[in-house]
Design a protein around this ligand. Structure first.
Ligand SMILES: Cc1ncc(C[n+]2csc(CCOP(=O)(O)OP(=O)(O)O)c2C)c(N)n1
Ligand SMILES: [Mg+2]
Length: 516
């Protein structure tokens, strides 16, 4: 088959399997794919997104796939271009997001010779399944496509196909049903979604839900659970944990799931459980439970109210937590919030109020590997994939700078309405709250951990043609409320050097409030 007809049937298969968006980075070997996708875009069959930088292209596909839960291909030429997909493919692997890397390759006979732009790219993403056609893919996959000359031929692109029912595979289910009343909490990590909340509400269990769990909704969700686990006497009374999703955010939760003296039921398998599972851990596919003693839940809710009031007492309107609280409130029903790794997600986790059930907010982040790379592109992809009443990305300054090339978008490309809020503290504030923030490391700390850059985010945005404004924490709510069209950046200066002291004061206030 000629390269052109190979590509024609591949694109036809993609459309037949429900693909609606594709991301392409330019190159010569991938030429037939580029022309075919352009034709599919012109015919209204696929929305094509073109990006120069393959790393950003792949993260864009990740965001599109994450928010739509559809397979999204990212297409590159051969050589180093392929390696640039790796960070996003790893994130897709660990968060199980359906991104298909389609990498153009030279014919196999040229491998191992000095042919230009030719390398071993078939097994370049260990752990990511390789496929020869886009069928039955529900996570990341790699399709390496050897294309021979002639690469370009005159063609009438025709992607029509006979609609056939798509088969769905049903996995084995193992349902855990509790017959013993034990004091239980529900932990909801990334992508836990509704089942965590539904179980908590049906059984009357407290719900400890991370911001990107999709479960931090309703009356059972706690706010300051991270500090309650450390300070409330209730934590010592926990007899059973049911966990959903992939928890990554805090040590108290990891420590809870590491306990060997209580019963732990995880809905999922080891790949989403944060520590090697001991004998007390059961992996299941669902849990049902009868209503529990209501006093257990009300004690947690009362402790949470006390802890949250104590935190609010420390916050004076100027701290990074005030920014997180403002952003939490600024997401309307049907809104989208993409949260960057590092402190934005952790600050949000400590202060975010649960939303009412059923209002269809989508709060997501790259929690598979929690990288600070590709964040703007992933957020842009998510905003492009989902019609939302308001789309916000909330990121640290290093995260913004690391992925700033996500703003490199050609004038004819689809562009979402997205406001990027940068918590700007010139460096990585997260490290000051970890061990390396201790005074004995102070000499080395600024240079090798905090890494202030002094970069001028406003000038950078100007270079990309993206509107930028610096606003105070007090001004963020009003700025987010403005009608926004296209991508814009709100840079919010926040303090980094007082972080450790602030964390200590919050910790002390919560301890005093809940240790009665
Ligand atoms: C690709 C990648 N490189 C390095 C890290 C390690 N890392 C985690 S947080 C962080 C600093 C982030 O700084 P910033 O985005 O400014 O957020 P802040 O900590 O100030 O809230 C770094 C370098 C990472 N998670 N991902
Ligand atoms: Mg920072």
């Amino acid at each position: 088959m000629s390269s052109t007809s190979t590509v024609q049937s591949l694109i036809r298969d993609l459309i037949a399997h429900g693909v609606t968006d594709a991301v392409l980075a330019p190159g010569s070997r991938s030429g037939p794919l580029a022309l075919g996708l352009h034709a599919a875009d012109q015919q209204g069959l696929i929305r094509l997104h073109v990006r120069v930088d393959e790393r950003e292209a792949a993260f864009l596909a990740l965001g599109l796939a994450n928010a739509s839960r559809r397979l999204v291909p990212v297409i590159t030429t051969s050589g180093t271009a392929v390696a640039n997909l790796h960070p996003a493919m790893l994130e897709a692997l660990h968060a199980n997001v359906p991104v298909l890397a389609i990498t153009a390759d030279r014919p196999g006979r040229l491998r191992g010779t000095g042919a230009n732009q030719t390398t071993e790219q078939r097994e370049i993403f260990p752990g990511v399944p390789t496929v020869s056609e886009p069928v039955g893919i529900d996570g990341p996959a790699h399709l390496n496509l050897e294309l021979d000359e002639p690469l370009i031929e005159p063609t009438e692109w025709d992607f029509s196909f006979d609609p056939a029912p798509i088969e769905r595979i049903n996995g084995q289910t193992l349902v855990e049903s509790f017959d013993e009343a034990l004091r239980t909490v529900v932990v909801a990590g990334d992508d836990a979604r509704q089942p965590a909340r539904i179980l908590a509400e049906a059984a009357g269990f407290p719900l400890l839900a991370e911001p990107t769990s999709g479960a931090r909704n309703g009356d059972n969700a706690l706010i300051a659970y991270r500090l309650l686990l450390g300070h409330s006497p209730l934590a010592e009374q926990i007899e059973r944990v049911v966990s959903f999703g992939h928890t990554t955010l805090s040590r108290p939760v990891t420590q809870l799931l590491s306990r060997t003296d209580i019963e732990i039921v995880h809905v999922g398998d080891q790949s989403t459980f944060p520590v090697p599972a001991g004998k007390n851990v059961t992996f299941v596919s669902d849990v049902v439970a009868d209503p529990d003693d209501p006093a257990w839940l009300s004690s947690w809710l009362e402790a949470d109210r006390a802890a949250t009031a104590a935190i609010d007492g420390v916050l004076d309107g100027t701290t990074p937590y005030d920014l997180a609280r403002t952003i939490n409130q600024a997401v309307p029903a049907e809104g989208l919030l993409f949260v960057g790794s590092s402190n934005p997600i952790r600050d949000l986790d400590l202060v975010a109020r649960p939303y009412p059930v059923g209002e269809r907010r989508l709060i997501i982040g790259n929690r598979g590997l929690a990288g600070i790379d590709g964040t703007l592109s992933t957020a842009i992809g998510a905003a492009l994939a989902r019609e939302s009443s308001r789309a916000i990305a909330y990121v640290g300054d290093l995260t913004f700078l690391h992925g700033s090339n996500g703003l490199l978008i050609g004038p004819d490309e689809p562009r979402p309405d997205l406001t990027i809020v940068v918590a700007s503290d010139d460096g990585g504030s997260i490290f000051s709250t970890l061990e390396q923030g201790a005074p004995e490391y102070a000499d080395a700390f600024e240079r090798v951990y905090a890494t202030p850059t002094g970069a001028d985010i406003g000038s950078l945005c100007r270079g990309y043609g993206v509107p930028h404004r610096t606003v105070s924490i007090a001004e963020v709510a009003a700025a987010l409320d403005e009608p926004a069209s296209g991508i814009r950046v709100l840079e919010v200066p926040v303090d980094r050097l007082g972080r450790q002291d602030l964390a200590t004061r919050i910790d002390a206030a919560v301890r005093a409030a809940v240790r009665l």
